[in-house]
Each structure stands twice: as C-alpha cells, then as structure tokens.
Write a protein that binds this ligand. Structure first.
Ligand code: PMV
Length: 363
C-alpha cells in the first residue's frame, strides 16, 4: 500500500491561498472484535470490527492562512469547547508534525483548530476515535482544496482512514458508515492493516440501526491508558493465543453481520469484552479497570436476557463503562429496564443512548 508521503504537496507562495476553513463532524465507534496489541507504526496485531456510532461525535473546524514568514515549525492554536487547551494543543501539534511527510503544506500554514464533543466532558466516553478521525478528514479536505488530488470518494476515505490510524488506531474505523473492519483477514479481500475498510454493503439491515446505550459507571480518568495497555500486550503470556482468537472471531463476526445472526454477534461481543479485560488482569503488572457496578451490570444483562429472551448484550471498552447492544425494535422494552434497573448503577445516573449510523459528515 502507498505510504502517502508526497513531497510535491507544497503551496506556491507566489499564489497564496485565501485564508479559509474546512470542518467535519465525525463519530465514535464501538469495537465488537477488539484491537488490543500493536506492532510497528500503529499496526494492529489482529483485525478488529466495529459499529460506527451516531450520538457520540466530535465537531472539528480547521482554519488556515499562509504564514507571513516561512518557518518550518507547526503553528497551531487549539480550542476545545471555545477555550485554549494546552495539553491537546501540544499532542495535536506533535501529530501534525509527524504527518508532514504526507501533508508537507502544513508547515506553510497558520492553523487554528476548534473542536467540541457532543457528549459532556468527563463522562469517561473516549473521544480519541471521533477527534482523530475528524482531524484526518479535515487534513484530507485541505489537501483536496489546495491540490485537487482526492476527487474519488473511496480514495479520499482510504487516505483519511490511514491518517486517522496514525493518530489513534481505532479512529481509522470511524471513517465509514455503520460498520468497519481494520486489519488483514482472509475473510475480506481488500482488508488491510494500514486502514479500515467499509462493511456497509455486507451488513444485514438489523445492524444498520443497532442500538448502543453507553452506561457511564465511572467518569474518572482511567488508571492505565490504552497506549500503556497496548504496550503491555508485548509481555503478555497469552498474546499469541489472543491474536489467533481475535482472527477467528473476526471471520465468524463477518458471517454474523452478513446473515443478520444477532445471537452470534452478541455472543462474540460479550466474549470479546471479557477477553479484553482478562488480558489486562494477566498483564505484567496486572491491572483491573472493572468497577463493582460494571460487574453488577454485566450480571443484570445476562439475567434480563434469560428472563425476557430479548437479544440484549454487553460489550466493554478499555474502561469500566458498559455498552448495551440490541436491535432497535426492542428499544422501548430496553429503555424501561435501563431507566428502572441500570440507571442507579451509573455515575450521576448518566448514560448516552447511541446507535449505529451514517458516519462522518462534512460541515
Ligand atoms: O485506538 P486506541 O489506541 O485508543 O485503542 C482502542 C482499544 C479498544 O478501544 C479497547 C478496542 C478497539 O478496538 O477500539
């Protein structure tokens, strides 16, 4: 696959572009088969599959103007919810610096990024997938505006997914509507470790409106970051077994997504959630991100399923919050149960009702 490095993408300063702006809204995603463990430059040890969400998104606007004096340093002002944010600013400036071989024109610009999330800050809902995918889309839009190099939508998305991956692995899957796969698998020709591929054409309609209620058990910052968690997989004695397990679950999940087998989908989702946290518990050093209320909710989900025979399943991210997955047709029954039974397990009673959706939109 192309590395996308392109030294020719340099602006002609004798014909400077007018100052302008590009903007994208990009959603978060929830992995069903999890990416946990990486190699090389943000390459996954196993394929992963996710649903692209709707309600949890980042809006990002990138304003640009040509620098008055040439200076190769990235010039960035970063505003999060209308306020300067130094920690994000230095992280994003370092990321922009790292992608200058792909977008050399970034060195010629004064850039202002303004971002906001649809979900309240400090809810423990991760924003790296939505924000890094929004940023990658803005960079590709900028390239196309200046050089008309990305007229083909599929090629535009592929490059955006590749660039998003460099910012945050799971972000590469947010580029595509409804569902996406990232990582090489014999079950899908065209799949790649370097970017995600869309699954929407292979999806049974039941998954296009699938619900995901995010039950926020704790809004506190995680004790161990995802970055550290990925790194700990290197010494994990179960690593190779885990990667093989994820590969075969990917094949089975793709079949379930095509055929509309909600039960197989749900079983894989739960097995993957527990495997992810089991890997953390047997890392060296081991750690535990599940809270008592997380475990209580998992038991409630299984009891509710047994009692009602409704296809409601859980999954977990690398944190204590629980994602409830179920077909949209059961939304009323599930809502009643969430309100009456599960809400008390959530911090400040907070949960976010989300669902699979159409993917990013240019603003
Ligand atoms: O994209 P990262 O580096 O934040 O890792 C994400 C890892 C999980 O959310 C736990 C799983 C996944 O595939 O999204």
């Amino acid at each position: 696959m192309a590395t996308y490095e392109n030294p020719r993408l340099v602006l002609d300063s004798s014909r400077p572009p007018e100052p302008g702006k590009v903007a994208w809204r990009s959603p978060s995603n929830i992995a069903i088969v999890k990416y946990w463990g990486k190699r090389g430059v943000q390459l996954p040890q196993n394929p992963s599959v996710s649903l692209t969400l709707t309600a949890a998104y980042t809006d990002m606007a990138l304003e640009y103007a040509l620098k008055e004096h040439p200076d190769p340093k990235i010039e960035l002002a970063f505003f999060f919810e209308d306020r300067p944010h130094e920690a994000f600013q230095s992280k994003v400036a370092a990321f922009l610096e790292s992608v200058t071989p792909i977008f050399p024109f970034l060195r010629q610009l004064k850039i202002t990024l303004r971002t906001a999330n649809s979900f309240p800050h400090s809810t423990g809902i991760a924003s790296s997938a939505s924000s890094m995918s929004a940023l990658a889309l803005c960079l590709c839009s900028l390239e196309h505006r200046f050089f008309q190099t990305l007229p083909d939508d599929a090629e535009f998305d592929r490059k955006a997914s590749y660039v998003a991956r460099l910012g945050s692995g799971s972000a590469c899957r947010s580029i595509y509507p409804y569902a996406a796969l990232w990582g090489l698998t014999p079950a899908l020709p065209g799949s790649s470790d370097e970017c995600a591929v869309p699954l929407d054409t292979q999806l049974h309609p039941v998954f296009k409106s699938f619900r995901d209620d995010v039950l926020v058990v704790s809004a506190a910052e995680k004790a161990v970051s995802s970055r550290a968690g990925h790194a700990l997989m290197e010494g994990n004695p179960f690593a190779e077994t885990r990667y093989a397990q994820a590969r075969s679950r990917t094949v089975r999940l793709l079949e379930a997504l095509r055929s509309g087998d909600v039960e197989a989908f749900g079983q894989i989702a739960e097995d993957e959630a527990l495997a992810l946290h089991a890997l953390m518990m047997c890392s060296q050093p081991p750690y535990l991100l599940l809270q008592p209320n997380t475990v209580a909710i998992l038991h409630q989900v299984r009891a509710f399923r047994q009692e009602t025979r409704l296809p409601v399943y859980f999954t977990l991210d690398a944190g204590p919050n629980v994602h409830l997955l179920y077909p949209a047709q059961h939304a009323d029954a599930v809502r009643l149960w969430v309100e009456n039974v599960l809400k008390p397990f959530c911090e400040n009673g907070f949960y976010l009702a989300d669902s699979a959706g159409e993917g990013p939109k240019e603003l």
